[in-house]
Design a protein. Structure first.
Length: 126
């Protein structure tokens, strides 16, 4: 059995002065747990977080302390279009500040990228 695979490259905009973390998670409660992990690790954190559901209406849930970054996270995940993914945009903090804490969140499966550099996601669809 062979299946056609379609590839799409999605540019992830990283605004000046921001960092981004992209990862995979597996549970609807992920957005709340990741939010708590960030705010409890970095007091005064400025960030926006979004999580894409993989079933039902496939909603994009979002949280954060910075409305602009929260909106950017939600819009970016919508463009990527992959369930079970999350993205965090942050300002005045760095991925290293939260990486260990994120890895200890039970729902987080893996971290795919943590950078301030230009980023693209390759999406494969069957």
């Amino acid at each position: 059995m062979s299946a056609e695979i379609r590839f799409e490259v999605v540019k992830v905009d990283v605004p000046e002065g921001c960092n981004v973390i992209l990862g995979i998670t597996h549970f609807i409660k992920s957005v709340e747990d990741i939010y708590e992990a960030v705010v409890n690790t970095v007091p005064g954190a400025k960030f926006g977080l979004a999580f894409a559901e993989a079933s039902g209406p496939c909603l994009i849930r979002h949280e954060g302390t910075d409305e602009e970054l929260r909106k950017l996270a939600s819009e970016t995940l919508y463009r990527i279009g992959c369930g079970h993914t999350f993205i965090i945009y942050m300002r005045k903090m760095y991925p290293i500040n939260v990486m260990q804490r994120l890895k200890s969140v039970p729902e987080v499966c893996s971290i795919l990228a943590a950078t301030a550099n230009p980023l693209q996601v390759i999406v494969a669809e069957t």
